[in-house]
Write a new protein. Sequence first.
Length: 317
Amino acid sequence: MISLSGDLAVAVGLAQNAALLAAGVVGIGLLRQRVEARWPTWALTLLMGGGFGLLGGFSMLSPGFVLGGFLIDMRNAMLALATLFGGPVAGLLAALLEIGFRLLIGGVGAKAGLLGIAIAWVVSFGFLWWLRFDCRAARYPTLAALGLAIGLSTTSSALFMPPVDFGFHLAWIGINAISVFAMSAILMHLQRRGAAVAATAESERVSRLLYEETPMMLMATADWGPVEAVSDRWLKTMGYRRDEVIGRTRDEFLSAESWRFLNQELKPRVDRGETVSDYEVQLKRKDGSLVDVRSVAVAYIDPVTGTRKGLTASIDQ
């Protein structure tokens, strides 16, 4: 078995601690994305405060550096995350959990540890207040400033410790600053990605709603092939349900004469990029009757998939 000692052991311990905590941060961030729209505010507060408080306690139970009873770990980073992204109540819950863990561990550095937790919560709350209680306003320089502020301010807890060398204080400041910045940046990235996905989904929902409820007969196809979408007006005029139309080909709803016109005369023009407007065709209703419509057709390339799409708008006469 390989035995590690000195600076190498410290570095390995910190790396292991950071890797496990980062996995926990990602897990909490992803879980919040999945439940944020469904859970009440109090439940989200419990998730953020309880989750990050437990991670902070885990950090103390497996510290990256122990020196004469003094722990150097990443509890303050977890507390900052709970406060900044979960709110002051979540931060307070995380602080109480971390205080409980620190009392459980005990040791000569217990008083200093409790003071450091309290100071970290106050500093994190101050930054949240500065952001007007909206963590979405945070930027990477803000996170770096928060980490440095927590690292510098919590060193005041050394008043309750026996004398330690200057290297201990530098390690404390550096680890707090780096861990707060890194962990906060991970959560901020997840939050922004989740917001972008939600905004895209909402935009697609609104666009589809407008498409389906517009007072015009609309049909969208995939490169003159399967029908991908139709408006409510199209369904009402033709007598179909939406599930009876999606996936079928456009040609199935054309009269024989209209099929020849569209495929032999209209389609080549649209494929060349022309927008063909004000042409007349006959569509077959579900009951077999025909309806005369005036239409406009255009082909375009979907910017997301890169595939050719066709869009037809019609007005029944």
